[in-house]
Design a protein around this ligand. Structure first.
Ligand SMILES: [Zn+2]
Length: 320
């Protein structure tokens, strides 16, 4: 992971790999300090805290969780002096994911089930032991403004987009937005409770704030081209998924059929299974928080990545 000073007293901590759980964090080192998101386990969050400790004036007194996924808040306990701040629906969803369950998955590398064993292999860098969930106790509804010794920090509710309780963190003077997982940059997004329309509107809201820098939940820093491109991706996948839905294709067949087009270089392409399922959920007229069959979706992702790995190379155009 890498600490970058992005503006005055504002820092980002970026985890370069764009795979499962490698999220980003931020620090505003002013007025007692404010951290945006912790990491997925205690070892990674200890390294984060050590990096912040090199620059901060003192331990941060506030931690904002942009949403409830573990890779953004399971390190909260390592900031024991901090007030934890998040959206009401983020706090309500805290128990939905369990560190013990993730540790059991992580330890399932010897399983006879190839999808489970593959998932376990992707989790070996993580250690979910010892995590005590510390949900937000200062709750955001629509917005919350914090004054850090003259520097304004605006927490804005933009959900349900990627999850029900999505909050973005806007620093108007610094012209920085911490987007949480409303923005995945150069990696395929994965989403939970929310709608395509709301997610695209949330990306529009980021652009309308005219930031110079956007810190995504996953992937490298961007300007407003990041949220613009991701909005185009969502519109593209929704339109393609609609054609597949109308043709009665299964979610997995739709995911196979949809050409990644201009997004072919994004990592984790198999996550499109999640996006198609979310689109189908809307097309079926189900609520935005109807539960997803996560096990089936991860199996679908595994299947898709195996097929791509073993697919014959594409023939050049014009060959027969
Ligand atoms: Zn995330």
């Amino acid at each position: 992971m890498e600490l970058q000073r992005i503006s005055g007293d504002v820092y980002a901590c970026l985890q370069p790999d764009r795979g499962l759980g490698t999220s980003n964090s931020g620090l505003v080192d002013r007025g007692g300090g404010l951290v945006v998101d912790t990491f997925w386990d205690l070892p990674h969050t200890r390294r984060l805290r050590d990096l912040y400790g090199r620059v901060w004036k003192g331990p941060a007194r506030r931690v904002v969780n942009t949403h409830h996924n573990g890779d953004h808040c399971w390190g909260n306990q390592l900031f024991p002096e901090a007030e934890i701040i998040g959206h009401r629906l983020c706090a309500a969803a805290f128990g939905k994911e369990s560190p013990e369950f993730m540790q059991a998955l992580r330890n399932a590398g010897g399983s006879d089930d190839p999808a489970l064993a593959a998932l376990a292999r992707r989790l070996v860098d993580w250690d979910f032991t010892g995590i005590e969930l510390r949900p937000p106790t200062t709750l955001v509804d629509d917005r919350l403004e914090i004054d850090l010794d003259g520097l304004a920090v605006h927490l804005l509710y933009v959900g349900p987009a990627h999850t029900a309780g999505d909050v973005i963190v806007h620093l108007p003077e610094a012209r920085v937005v911490f987007a949480g997982d409303v923005l995945f940059r150069l990696c395929t997004p994965i989403g939970w409770e929310g709608t395509y329309a709301r997610w695209m509107a949330a990306l529009d809201e980021i652009v309308a704030l005219e930031p110079e820098l956007v810190v995504p939940g996953h992937g490298p820093l961007s300007g407003v081209e990041g949220p613009r491109e991701m909005k185009a991706y969502l519109a593209y996948v929704r339109a393609e998924a609609r054609r597949c839905f109308d043709a009665d294709l299964s979610v997995l067949d739709a995911a196979r059929r949809i050409d990644p087009g201009p997004y072919a270089s994004w990592t984790e392409p198999e996550r499109i299974v999640f996006q198609v399922e979310r689109a189908y959920r809307e097309f079926r007229g189900e609520p935005h928080d109807a539960p997803l069959d996560v096990t089936a979706l991860f199996r679908g992702m595994h299947q898709l990545s195996r097929e791509r790995l073993h697919a014959p190379p594409a023939l050049p155009a014009g060959s027969s």
